[in-house]
Design a binder for this molecule. Structure first.
Ligand SMILES: [Zn+2]
Length: 470
């Protein structure tokens, strides 16, 4: 990771409904990484957005008596509001209905066509409506989609255009073997290698009977398949800004249900179009709420904004980053969020800043103005080399924050005065400024508040950062 530019993307979300807490994890994760690389001095371009074409969106719009476009406008706007509440600092929110994406998507399709990788054929097999994806027999679990076991798979026979995916099986195998960090974590990497073991079947990249999408340039009766169109969004956003060149380290953040598309289909598409491949895909696990999948049918949908209104942005970010499904699946609950809030944020971090501010005020001392910028603590940097945001946060709390609290307990500054007291307070203030800098990728609001409160020369108490929840 010695490159100076970083492109960080999240999966783009379907506009059949507004995003919920399950989607929020991925955005917070990508945002923390983007902030970290930026604060480390790199140029970063961070992209998120909405995936607006395809049958599911068409259906949702119809059900709500809306045109697909006006429906997507509304959902996409609400998604953005959820992201803003979580302080997701994206550089571009791309919509697959954006004009520049249409242009790029059609150009890409044409390029693959010219390379001889798109041909006319007939598809006969299974299709999962919820995934909007064709399923080969080897992908089925007891004859059903592994991600939607409650849904009957459709048997479809369609005339459409196919992508010569099979041509790239050996290339992909080599690429994954030679680039151990292309698919993180290792479990997903092994899964993809084993899937490749039996070769790849060509897949349709156009659909008939779907109105809502881009018309295939070589046959306007066909619509470009939603996955083919959606994956190209990364390239649309990046090429314009110069972030799809060889000097950029490209990271796709996504959920494990999308691993196959991002690590096998997308690289094959890029190879066919003569474009460079991403460096890393970070494939996170599933998040469950009190042991259950978050879904409309189960009626347990929580929007990020609902939790933020009650606990604040940073409490939600902290809980997700520290305990979310980074590599393995993770279960979360509101009760656990409250416990973590009180123990880590209110009692630990919050208490440290408020008692230090009080000591500073009582001493009437003046402090040198804060130097900018800070630097990251080794306990934060080391785990982030492997994208371990959970361990980086834990590391910060277990070293700098804990040590500073212990330092106060040991030195008992309230029993000291004069130079002795000033020395202790100066060290405390310096530590807290450093903590604020280290918190910034994860808890940007709190970092800004702490920085402001401790910038000097006078330092005094303010409203508690994290008022205790009783
Ligand atoms: Zn499915």
């Amino acid at each position: 990771m010695t490159k100076k530019k970083y492109l960080i993307t999240t999966a783009i979300d379907y506009t059949n409904d507004v995003i919920h807490l399950g989607h929020a994890y991925q955005k917070v994760l990508a945002d923390a990484l983007a902030r970290f690389f930026r604060l480390s001095g790199h140029k970063v371009y961070f992209v998120t957005g909405t995936d607006e074409h395809g049958g599911n969106v068409e259906k949702a719009a119809k059900k709500n008596n809306r045109t697909p476009k006006s429906w997507c406008d509304e959902i996409s706007k609400k998604d953005r509001e959820e992201l803003d509440i979580l302080k997701i600092g994206y550089d571009r929110f791309i919509r697959t209905t954006d004009a520049d994406h249409e242009e790029t998507s059609l150009w890409f399709y044409q390029k693959v066509l010219e390379n001889g990788d798109i041909y006319q054929g007939e598809y006969s097999g299974f299709y999962c409506d919820a995934c909007e994806a064709y399923k080969t027999v080897s992908e089925l679990k007891d004859g059903r989609c592994e991600f939607h076991p409650n849904l009957e798979l459709k048997r479809v026979i369609e005339k459409n255009y196919f992508f010569r995916w099979s041509r790239y099986a050996d290339f992909l195998k080599e690429y994954i073997k030679e680039n151990p960090r292309f698919i993180i974590p290792e479990t997903r990497r092994r899964e993809m290698l084993s899937f490749l073991g039996s070769g790849l079947e060509d897949i349709p990249v156009t659909r008939q009977n779907i109105e809502w999408g881009f018309k295939a340039p070589n046959d306007p009766r066909q619509t470009i398949y939603v996955w083919f169109d959606a994956l190209i969004n990364y390239y649309t956003a990046a090429k314009k800004t110069g972030f799809w060149d060889e000097n950029t380290f490209i990271i796709h953040v996504l959920g494990k249900d999308n691993t196959r598309w991002h690590t096998l289909l997308w690289p094959a598409m890029l190879k066919s179009a003569g474009l460079r491949l991403p460096d890393t895909t970070l494939n996170h696990g599933f998040l469950t709420l009190e042991g259950k999948k978050i879904s409309k049918t189960l009626g347990n949908i929580i929007r990020p904004s609902e939790l933020v209104t009650k606990y604040g942005t940073d409490a939600v970010r902290y809980y997700l980053l520290r305990f979310g499904p980074l590599f393995d699946d993770a279960d979360i609950s509101v009760k656990r969020l409250e416990e973590v809030y009180n123990s880590d944020l209110a009692n630990n971090l919050g208490n440290l800043t408020s008692r230090t501010a009080k000591l500073c005020e009582n001493s009437a001392a003046e402090f040198a103005l804060a130097k900018k910028p800070g630097k990251f603590h080794p306990a934060v940097i080391a785990p982030l080399k492997n994208f371990r945001v959970d361990m980086a946060l834990a590391g910060l709390f277990e070293t700098k924050i804990k040590e500073t609290n212990e330092y106060i307990d040991r030195e008992r500054p309230w029993t000291k005065s004069g130079d002795e007291l000033n020395k202790i307070l100066n060290r405390l203030v310096e530590n807290i400024r450093e903590i604020a800098f280290n918190l910034e990728p994860f808890l940007p609001d709190s970092a800004a508040k702490i920085r402001e409160q401790f910038k000097g020369p006078k330092i005094k108490p303010d409203k508690p950062l994290f008022p205790r929840i009783s």
